[in-house]
Unconditional design. Structure first.
Length: 456
């Protein structure tokens, strides 16, 4: 998962990008970068860490110009190295170019091998760098044609923003896996993963890019292209469930409303006889509200979340059990004492956090703990840009609901059905492969091999 942002035609482009990335921080906390242009040169700064720590006023001073793009990076497969932080910036025969990517290419290994055999030298482990090499090798005469030629070679999920000295380009893959939206602020055009980035800088929301759409933005304005073959649209349904911010509008709907509807469906499918409904903050909040309203149960904040949990902290010498979760969440014991609780969360991945939460609630005095999950069991890994663990680590891939309930220590457990999920989300087709294993874009043998090994 990652967040991307771009702005063209603003005197403080880098500063606006910094704010945009700040609003998109939930999409990646591993690293961030900004590349700006003053029309003659590109300027870059990137580092590992959080947006607010990386970009000081001094740093932003050194990113001049009227255009900029930025990226927040999610920790994907291991390597949180600085060279993997985006945007990737290069100089090639036709000048400078930078790119920021949200998504994952499923044929990256094959294309990279082919390029390396022909002499390409890669500087990072990212699949995004492949796109840069393909563009640099293209003989096409226009920037748009070079980008399109490159993107026809790759398969998978990509929402991208490109910046050259004089132009900005935004593209959404033909399936539309990841969101990408267009905004406008006093003559400046904006591209962003989510609308919450527009709200912060006071920009207006224009529209979403369509799956397979490319927009070229320069001094003359904005032009739209549809250069790819039409395929069935499969935006990622997990954006609605977990990734996107609730105040954002993506894939035609407000995320908060969708999550409340998920809670409503969940209440219809799995009601509970209980004294109160509590969310696992923050991800379970809207669904818990929808759940409690549907059943007329009282809604309480029975778990309080610390919003100041940093990356590193000094552990006491004598180990404290469940330190990790305790640091982030603490039960309100006087509220819970002797009560029958429904606890609502958006999803269960490994089950390790949920288990600690259940035991925390019981030790806090709750008489019964009924867990409700506002999505179906996550049984399959994602190959389209979400760092889900391998199949064997997904608790629902190898355990029945009863077995999971026993592991978590709950008095009952209810997951939303796939039908209930589709009903809550409403119109449209979606990727929901992590629930039903039906992958819209086939992935490579090598990746499949990794997964197949888990069945042994
Ligand atoms: P578990 O009980 O599986 O250890 O953790 C469940 C929690 O993980 C839920 O609260 C859910 O919001 C969160 N979660 C779901 N998907 C992801 C993800 O891709 N990354 C992170 N960091 N958390 C996730
Ligand atoms: Fe989203 Fe799941 Fe599809 Fe990945 S597999 S794109 S997380 S719906
Ligand atoms: Mg959560």
């Amino acid at each position: 998962m990652c967040g991307i942002f771009g702005i063209f035609g603003h005197p403080e482009a880098a500063n606006m990008t910094y704010l945009g990335l700040y609003a998109l921080q939930h999409r990646g906390q591993e690293g961030a970068g900004i590349v700006s242009s003053d029309g003659r040169n590109l300027y870059s700064h990137k580092d590992t860490g959080l947006v607010a720590d990386i970009f000081t006023a001094d740093v932003i001073e050194r990113l001049p110009g009227f255009a900029a793009i930025g990226h927040v990076r999610y920790s994907t497969t291991g390597e949180s190295l600085i060279q993997n932080v985006q945007p990737i910036m290069v100089n090639y025969a036709r000048g400078g170019m930078a790119v920021a990517h949200n998504g994952n290419l499923v044929n990256a290994a094959t294309v990279r091998e082919r390029l390396e055999r022909r002499g390409s030298i890669f500087q990072s482990d990212t699949d995004t760098e492949i796109i840069v090499h393909l563009i640099a090798r293209s003989r096409a005469s226009s920037l748009v044609d070079r980008i399109v030629e490159a993107l026809r070679e790759v398969r998978g999920a990509f929402s991208l923003v490109f910046l050259t000295e004089t132009r900005m380009v935004g593209v959404r893959d033909p399936y539309g896996f990841r969101p990408l939206i267009l905004g406008y602020l006093k003559g400046a055009h904006i591209l962003a993963s989510e609308t919450c980035a527009l709200d912060l800088i006071g920009a207006e929301f224009v529209r979403e890019l369509e799956p397979g759409e490319l927009v070229l933005i320069d001094r003359e304005g904005i032009r739209s292209f549809k250069p790819f073959e039409e395929v069935p649209h499969t935006p990622c349904i997990f954006e609605f469930i977990y990734f996107a911010r609730p105040d954002s509008f993506i894939f035609g709907r407000n995320v908060y409303e969708v999550r409340k509807d998920l809670g409503r469906s969940l209440a219809e499918e799995h009601p509970a006889d209980a004294d109160m409904v509590i969310p696992v903050p923050d991800s379970g909040v809207p669904a818990a509200i929808g759940y409690s309203q549907t059943l007329g149960l009282s809604y309480e904040m029975g778990l309080i979340r610390s919003h100041y949990v940093g990356r590193t902290f000094i552990e006491p010498k004598q180990s404290i059990r469940h330190f990790g979760v305790k640091l982030k969440l603490n039960p309100v014991k006087d509220l819970l004492k002797g009560k029958r609780i429904v606890v609502v969360d958006d999803s269960i991945v490994r089950g390790t956090t949920s288990r600690k939460i259940v035991s925390m609630l019981k030790r806090g005095g709750a008489r019964e703990v009924h867990m409700r999950i506002a999505s179906p069991p996550t049984c399959y890994p994602c190959f389209y840009g979400i760092d889900t663990p391998t199949r064997c680590e997904l608790i629902a891939s190898s355990h029945s609901i009863d077995e999971i309930a026993r592991y978590l220590g709950t008095d009952s457990l209810g997951y939303l059905s796939i039908e209930g999920l589709m009903d809550a989300v409403g119109e449209g087709t979606y990727c929901k492969a992590c629930f039903d294993g039906s992958y819209p874009v086939p992935f490579e043998r090598s990746q499949e091999g990794d997964q197949m090994a888990l069945f042994r």
